[in-house]
Design a protein around this ligand. Structure first.
Ligand SMILES: [Zn+2]
Ligand SMILES: [Zn+2]
Length: 267
């Protein structure tokens, strides 16, 4: 709660503290954080939709952790619980309870059970088995503070306002829109049991995560945009990294999950 208030209060000062350097750094860090969340936290760790070189996996996940949302194991546990109970009572950000609840209200009421280490162990045991992720889960917040000190050293308060507060607020809301808007606005290609939707503007803001109805239909797929106009920047990047040989065993289901999948092979 204190973090949410501080980040938003800091972001509100942005119109009075604009500098080109601060804005450019904010944009760069926004991009890196979002890609870390979508490719690292979400498609790699939560859904295991591809395999990656260890250094690349750690880099992506560290970039995601610097968005101050949660450590990797906690984030993965909450998101897996969302998939297991989408839009039902046990869903941490149940969209049936309205936009604001799904967007951010749920975080103000996180029950002790969901913050209990036993909860993370139950839903993200595989993540906790990796020492790097286990440590990052504990130190991600001091690491974010440290990055803030570095940004202050580089450009003073104007840079901190833009590249820390405003940037983190923007990444927060972009990620939260997947839980709120992409369970409410847009179209549904697949008749999934939840309310997930494909929402183009969320997809643009989040580098492909807005094709969320596709994602609920094919959770293990590394590719979320399934039609030619469903631009999925994260998928383009995953393909590029596969061509470099740093990513492999990419899962791209052609049919619904109970049917057979095929593995993507880069040309
Ligand atoms: Zn969802
Ligand atoms: Zn997911």
């Amino acid at each position: 709660m204190a973090v949410l208030l501080t980040v938003h209060a800091g972001a509100a000062l942005a119109p009075f503290t604009f500098t080109r350097g601060g804005a450019a750094l904010a944009l760069l860090l926004y991009t890196l954080n979002c890609l870390g969340i979508t490719i690292g936290y979400h498609r790699l760790l939560t859904h295991r939709s591809f395999k990656a070189k260890r250094w690349l996996a750690y880099l992506l996940v560290t970039l995601g952790s610097l968005s101050a949302q949660a450590g990797p194991a906690t984030w993965v546990a909450i998101h897996r619980m969302h998939h297991a109970n989408s839009d039902e009572e046990e869903d941490p950000h149940n969209a049936s309870q309205g936009f604001w609840w799904a967007h951010m209200g749920w975080m103000l009421y996180l029950t002790p059970r969901r913050l209990d280490p036993a909860f993370t162990r139950r839903f993200a045991r595989d993540i906790l088995e990796d020492r790097f992720y286990r440590v990052l889960d504990r130190i991600f917040f001091p690491l974010c503070l440290l990055s803030g000190v570095l940004i202050y050293a580089l450009g003073g308060w104007p840079w901190v306002i833009w590249a820390m507060f405003l940037r983190i607020a923007a990444v927060f809301h972009a990620t939260w829109l997947v839980n709120s808007a992409a369970h409410m606005f847009g179209y549904r290609t697949y008749a999934t049991a939840d309310r997930s939707t494909n929402c183009w503007w969320v997809a643009l803001l989040t580098f492909g995560e807005g094709w969320h109805n596709n994602h609920h239909a094919f959770p293990s797929s590394a590719r979320h945009g399934r039609r030619w106009w469903e631009i999925d920047v994260s998928w383009l990047l995953i393909q590029g990294l596969a061509r470099c040989g740093w990513i492999w065993d990419i899962r791209v289901p052609e049919r619904l999950p109970h049917e057979k999948e095929r593995a993507y092979r880069p040309r």
